[in-house]
Design a protein around this ligand. Structure first.
Ligand SMILES: *[C@@H]1O[C@H](CO)[C@@H](O)[C@H](O)[C@H]1NC(C)=O
Length: 212
């Protein structure tokens, strides 16, 4: 009996630092995110760095193990750029940042968010390329990047995303041809409109980055 109790105490002691460590690295990621954003409407006011548990902050949702699974900051009038540390939120399922004034490049580190189901970055001021690393987001169902200032071609690797249901890159400045492989065969033309894209690629005839 004593042995059993001391074993469970030992297990508790072993577990505690591990879970608090991961919670801290997620909290640190949010601090990094916060530090690069400007927030005139004070929607991030509750993001108090002196509170250890970022699960109590507004617009942040956690699972039962205190891992951050949602960031809901749509239509919040925030500007600035995205910190690469966002890629450390390994349990994140929903990244909702649509309808803001966020600019700069989309960090390639977002390709580390293996549990991500939905990434909504539409209606912002993002520039630069769609990261190739997004091809690692195997859980992704919704990827909306429309109404930004993105350039370059659509990474061909994205055609490997088996779960992707909605893909929208309309109203950007993308070039090259529109992929036809994988789920891209089923995305409507509206998902690609208002770019410098050339219509569905005729494989073997024209390189996919033709016109870039
Ligand atoms: C958004 O923020 C700007 C300041 O950057 C402010 O002038 C404007 O009124 C805000 N818009 C809304 C809808 O709150």
């Amino acid at each position: 009996m004593t042995c059993l109790i001391s074993l469970s105490v030992l297990l508790l002691l072993l577990q505690y630092p591990l879970s608090s460590l991961s919670a801290n690295s997620e909290g640190n990621a949010l601090h990094a995110l916060r530090s690069k954003l400007s927030d005139p409407n004070n929607v991030l006011q509750s993001w108090d760095p002196t509170l250890v548990d970022s699960c109590t902050w507004f617009h942040v949702s956690c699972d039962f193990n205190n891992h951050i699974v949602r960031l809901d900051l749509g239509n919040a009038n925030i500007s600035g750029t995205l910190a690469p540390e966002l890629g450390q939120l390994h349990h994140l399922q929903y990244l909702e940042l649509y309808g803001n004034n966020i600019g700069g490049k989309i960090p390639e580190e977002l390709g580390n968010l293996k549990n991500l189901i939905s990434m909504d970055l539409y209606d912002n001021k993002f520039e630069g390329k769609i990261p190739n690393s997004f091809a690692n987001l195997n859980s992704l169902k919704f990827l909306r990047l429309n109404n930004n200032k993105l350039t370059g071609s659509i990474p061909r690797e994205l055609t490997h995303l088996k779960n992707l249901k909605i893909f929208d890159v309309s109203n950007n400045d993308l070039c090259g041809t529109i992929p036809v492989d994988g789920n891209f065969g089923s995305f409507p033309a509206e998902s690609f409109e208002n770019n410098q894209l050339n219509g569905p690629e005729l494989k073997g005839l024209v390189p996919y980055d033709f016109g870039c």
